[in-house]
Write a protein that binds this ligand. Structure first.
Ligand code: COA
Length: 196
């Protein structure tokens, strides 16, 4: 399926600030890589910050355009949040993407912007007829935006999971997620055990 970059802009008024949510554009690459590096360095330490910054850089550089879709939150002219979804090839006909990673600027966290950005991205994927979205992270946080734990007996993760309880999914096409025979495949940038 061709996922064409549509010009989508949505101005939202939230928490007293005018927040603009839009599709990520490659001209924003450097700013987005810096945002991820900085946010994860602050929350998880310098090494993790570099790791995630490199992941984002690789995702942007090596993923086919139809397999990567990103979004940014802009406030006061600055990118204060970003999220990337990349294609996850699952057995069968369903179209799936995986959310990884997402970041909100450190001083903007805890005000609802993360959930707003994730929901925006997911509704955009839905409009592109994506059937399901996966992620790998904290179930307590991601359950707030519609994700549920999924067993690998239903859909196998592309690599070995260090925290199987962090394997999460949600259906976007109204049907429940049925067991799939076979393995799933992520894009090259994510295809490294250190992220799993
Ligand atoms: C995780 C993140 C994207 C959430 O965005 P946010 O704008 O801070 O979150 P929101 O304000 O929309 O939602 C807040 C809720 O999520 C919870 N939450 C926020 N960050 C969390 C985290 N890292 N783990 C678990 N729960 C978290 C809060 O406890 C809060 O719950 P409550 O409403 O019940 O009190 C953001 O905090 C961030 O960038 N963190 C650092 C990077 C990161 O951990 N990214 C996710 C992994 S890829």
């Amino acid at each position: 399926m061709a996922l064409r970059a549509q010009s989508v802009q949505n101005k939202l008024v939230g928490y007293g600030l005018k927040m603009e949510l839009s599709l990520f554009d490659s001209s924003q690459s450097q700013e987005v890589i810096e945002l991820f590096t900085k946010v994860f360095s602050t929350s998880e330490g310098e090494t993790e910050g570099q790791l995630i910054g490199n992941l984002v850089s690789e995702l942007i550089a090596t993923t086919e355009p139809q397999d990567l879709i990103g979004f940014v939150s802009i406030s006061g002219g600055d990118i204060v949040g970003s999220i990337l979804f990349s294609r996850l090839d699952v057995p069968g006909e369903k179209i799936a993407f995986i959310l990884s990673p997402v970041a909100i600027a450190t001083n903007e966290q805890g005000k609802g912007k993360g959930q707003q950005l994730i929901n925006y991205g997911i509704s955009h994927l839905k409009s592109l007829s994506v059937d399901m979205v996966f992620t790998y992270g904290d179930p307590n946080f991601y359950s707030k935006v519609g994700f549920n734990p999924i067993s690998e007996s239903i859909v196998k993760a592309p690599l070995k999971l260090t925290y199987p309880e962090g394997w999460l999914a949600q259906s976007l096409d109204g049907s429940s997620i049925k067991a799939m025979e076979g393995t799933s495949h992520c894009v090259e940038a994510l295809n490294d055990q250190k992220y799993w």
